[in-house]
Design a binder for this molecule. Structure first.
Ligand code: GLN
Length: 273
């Protein structure tokens, strides 16, 4: 048994030799989770002896991580837009790239009604409700289990969001100023190439966008004339090589201003119209 510092080094080494992506960062999060400490606590307590009962817990979590269980499933949460979202195997883990989508919507959502299709954990619509002053906020998903998680996130973060169980627009009756969506967009044949954390542990229904990855964009865009107010806005997250295809779908549907924006890595990530 070593000090906090020594056990962190041991955890890092253990994850590294098992080729876990982001081994150092993950070792830190697992250790902090087990001890219930933040960075400042750690630096103050780094020479403290690691409690034996907690060491056992840490070892169990490290073993889970080596099985490629995502860090976020082990600790049960993910930060997004500065808020902590509960996550589990029923929802996509919120990605940093998706923060760019939220930031784009925040520029124009003041006093607007917003629908988030394929809401998953609810990270998009809940963040918009926290940071923007929306007229109304609705999130929908085909998965009941995802909606349970989204509702828990909305409650814990003290937000008023209406959640609807719906396969895209099937169960939607309203007409909205803004529709936002990060739908499943990975072409089916590319799913097997994803890292095991994603491929084996995240919900396939949140990833699989059919053979060309564009099924959800096509279906959503085909119904926009009914659910989006005239002069309203649509915002999509897209795969880095789908900017042209999704823009063309919107242009064909009669959108006049369509733009593609990049994420922090410089890849196309958002299409709006
Ligand atoms: N809207 C959720 C997110 O962006 C879930 C997206 C999805 O399941 N495809 O994280």
């Amino acid at each position: 048994m070593g000090t906090y510092y020594e056990e962190l080094q041991r955890a890092r080494k253990f994850l590294r030799i098992h080729n876990i992506a982001d081994a150092d960062v993950d070792a830190w999060y697992l250790l902090a989770h087990v001890l219930g400490i933040n960075r400042a606590d750690f630096f103050m307590l780094r020479e403290t002896l690691f409690p034996e009962d907690k060491l056992q817990i840490l070892d169990n979590l490290l073993k889970k991580r080596v099985m490629h269980i995502p860090l976020q499933h082990i600790i049960g949460c993910q930060e997004f837009m500065g808020f902590t979202f509960e996550v589990n195997e029923h929802v996509l883990i919120p990605r940093q790239d998706t923060e760019c989508l939220v930031e784009e919507v925040l520029k124009i959502c003041h006093n607007k009604s917003v629908l988030d299709l394929c809401t998953g954990s609810g990270c998009i619509i809940i963040s918009l409700t926290k940071l923007g002053s929306l007229k109304s906020a609705t999130g929908s998903d085909i998965s009941d289990k995802a909606l349970i998680t989204a509702k828990r996130n909305a409650n814990r973060l003290n937000t008023e969001v209406e959640f609807l169980h719906s396969d895209l627009f099937d169960n939607i009756e309203g007409v909205y100023d803004i529709i936002v969506s990060n739908p499943p967009y990975i072409p089916t044949k590319e799913i097997k190439e994803l890292m095991p954390e994603v491929r084996d542990f995240e919900p396939i229904t949140a990833l699989d966008g059919s053979s060309d990855g564009l099924l959800f964009y096509r279906n959503i865009i085909a119904s926009l004339n009914r659910y989006l107010k005239k002069g309203g806005y649509i915002f999509f997250e897209i795969g880095h090589n789908q900017g042209m295809d999704v823009s063309n779908l919107l242009l064909k549907e009669g959108f006049i201003e369509v733009s593609v924006k990049k994420d922090l890595s410089g890849l196309d990530r958002i299409v709006s119209g």
